[in-house]
Design a protein around this ligand. Structure first.
Ligand code: NAP
Length: 272
């Protein structure tokens, strides 16, 4: 039976992935800060651990050593959240925490688990985003955390080839998870950004009210397929928005793509 660690499983993609892998017969270790959110299920073990902290990561490593003989077939670095707002108004603490949660926790957990992944010729799947290859106003810190994840993952993808440890990135567009409600906003009051940020927030609130965004099961299916398939492609984009933006950036002349994205950004910051 194959063994998988998935981080951040109290909601969203993490919870659904943990349940799906357990149904598929994988032995799942699902890390979470709120284990009571995960219903007991065959093959699924919830571990109360915050992997953004050293003690949380140490608990995962101990579990893999003590229960799985130090072998791990797949690690899914899923933990993540968004700090949004005008860059100039964000606090240093918010910027640092964004990277601590979205980037450094994945890096250090992976580092700690690499011996176990090597022992099983395992795989690493990192949850990036459409904002891992495209910038957007008021999402610069989140986007830069995902761009960082992309550069690190792409490098590891090549670096770990000789050890037969595969590395992949999943780049979802907008999906209905806990993500939107957990976004932390900078305070833009009394700044030139106040109105544009309010317009931008209104746009996203309207999207939430409409329950817009894709069904997260599409991302779950993509990750299950990656983990079980023969060879993982480096990048998998999920969702029409992610695929559309990729097409725009890859196949449309840069000047035209920039014009389109400037128009979309103006609209997001205006009242449209
Ligand atoms: N939903 C989207 O539209 C979308 C699009 C592109 C990429 N993503 C990425 O997909 C991944 C999963 O997000 P999701 O959409 O499933 O959102 P979610 O429902 O909010 O789940 C995110 C998980 O990350 C963990 N987490 C969040 N903030 C944390 C913090 N400050 N410290 C420690 N753990 C924290 C939580 O784990 P516990 O509470 O279990 O500890 C939570 O279950 C993230 O990396 C996100 O950036 C999401």
């Amino acid at each position: 039976m194959k063994r998988i660690v998935i981080t951040g499983c109290s909601s969203g993609f993490g919870k659904l992935m943990a349940e799906a892998f357990a149904r598929e017969g994988w032995q799942v270790l699902a890390t979470t800060r709120v284990p009571e959110q995960l219903a007991p299920q065959k093959n699924l073990q919830a571990l109360a651990a915050d992997v953004t902290k050293g003690e949380g990561r140490a608990a995962v490593v101990s579990y893999v050593r003590d229960n799985w003989g130090g072998k791990l077939d797949c690690l899914v670095n899923n933990v993540g959240f968004g700090v949004n707002g005008a860059f100039e108004t964000l606090l240093e603490e918010q910027v640092r925490r964004q990277f601590e949660v979205n980037v450094f926790s994945a890096m250090f957990l992976t580092k700690d688990l690499l011996p176990a992944l090597r022992a099983a010729k395992g795989r690493i799947i990192n949850l990036s985003s459409v904002l891992g290859f495209t910038g957007m106003p008021f999402a610069g810190i989140y986007a830069s955390s995902k761009f960082a994840l992309e550069g690190w993952s792409e490098s590891l993808h090549y670096e770990l080839q000789p050890q037969e440890v595969q590395v992949a990135l999943v780049e979802p567009g907008g999906f209905r998870t806990g993500f939107a409600k957990n976004v932390e906003w900078g305070a833009a009051n009394d700044s030139p950004y106040a109105q544009p940020v309010q317009n931008f927030r209104n746009f996203f609130s309207r999207r939430m009210e409409r329950n817009a965004g894709g069904n997260p099961e599409a991302v779950v299916r993509a990750v299950v397929k990656l983990a079980g398939g023969r060879r993982m492609p480096l990048r998998t984009r999920v969702g029409g928005d992610s695929q559309g933006l990729y097409f725009l950036r890859r196949f449309v002349p840069q000047r035209v793509a920039d014009m389109v994205l400037r128009g979309v950004s103006r609209r997001l910051m205006g009242d449209g």
